[in-house]
Write a protein that binds this ligand. Structure first.
Ligand code: ADP
Ligand code: MG
Length: 218
């Protein structure tokens, strides 16, 4: 099973109207520092390559970097720590840090009998703990996408609660449709994928940004 690098998946899904952070790749920590000059802090640095599927678990994500030199240092520290554990990254992604919001997973899996299924759920890194997801067979309509969100046990989080504003549900629905509607990402992948996952899509009161993107080929 072939995993496509995060930055390549992000570049591709932009063409479907999915917002992703501005970013650049580099092959060395110094390159990260140089590439970071074109970006607005705070920044995020991630290492990519074989063996780096769950990046946070591997120590391959650093958030809240306030300057290009800080991004360069973070990449250098990451490289030292990864190398000590026998992991050699192919390179680094440095990107702008999205404003905090509600973290949502939007994904697609292939059911052996029924074909592609769209998934939406609450949680970001907590998805597996919360287990609050809704599923529909693809292709989905706009009405399907809205009803999936209504189905979530944590729907109140999306609507706003305890003084926090609700999220831009239309923006989240647009991401879901980019993935699961006719002519969308899942359609275009055809038989060529096992798993596609945007986790998280960070949803704020204005807009929704896919800050992680994973594609496992067939
Ligand atoms: P992985 O899922 O492989 O561990 P992610 O790329 O999802 O790695 O990063 C881990 C977490 O870091 C995300 O769930 C999110 O909370 C945060 N994060 C990653 N990239 C960004 C970004 N560009 N802006 C804001 N938060 C980010
Ligand atoms: Mg992730």
């Amino acid at each position: 099973m072939k995993s496509v690098p995060e930055h390549a998946v992000k570049a591709w899904i932009r063409g479907f109207g999915v917002a992703v952070p501005r970013g650049a790749t580099a092959s060395s920590p110094e390159g990260v520092g140089t590439a970071a000059h074109g970006l607005t802090s705070p920044l995020v640095v991630k290492a990519y390559g074989p063996g780096l599927v769950h990046k946070s678990d591997a120590g391959a994500v650093r958030l809240g970097l306030e300057s290009p030199p800080a991004a360069c240092d973070a990449a250098a520290e990451m490289l030292t720590a990864l190398t000590a554990r026998g992991v050699t990254p192919d390179g680094f992604l440095v990107e702008e840090q999205a404003a905090p919001g509600v973290e949502v997973i939007v994904g697609a899996v292939r059911d052996p009998a029924f074909g592609p299924v769209l998934l939406v759920g609450l949680g970001g890194v907590w998805t597996e703990v919360l287990r609050d997801t809704a599923l529909r067979l693809c292709p989905v309509t706009e009405a399907d996408a809205h009803s999936m969100l209504d189905e979530l046990r944590g729907a109140a989080l999306l609507n706003g609660s305890r003084g926090r504003p609700g999220i831009d549900q239309d923006a989240l629905v647009r991401v879901m449709l980019a993935v699961g509607s006719p002519g969308g990402i899942v359609d275009r992948l055809g038989d060529g994928f096992t798993e596609f996952e945007l986790n998280p899509v960070i949803c704020g009161p204005h807009g929704a940004v896919a800050v992680d993107a994973r594609l496992l080929g067939a």
